[in-house]
Write a protein that binds this ligand. Sequence first.
Ligand code: 9UX
Length: 72
Amino acid sequence: VRDNLNLKIEGMTCTSCALNVEKVLRKLDGVESVSVSVSLGKAHVEYNASLVSPDQMKAAVDGIGYTASLEV
Ligand code: 9UX
């Protein structure tokens, strides 16, 4: 099963920020692909919902100093 969502991410100001966010999300079990746009302030994530939850993604991103919220 592949689910996908967009996270709004506040606090990214350079391309390394995008890499930081990408890296921390990819580390989560169940996250299958991540693409981050600094200019849009967003991350698009494809994931297996039976392994990882949106809340875990938010916690991971917040944990490295950015502020993530789920886009509905
Ligand atoms: Mo760029 Mo982001 O120097 O935390 S990595 S601002």
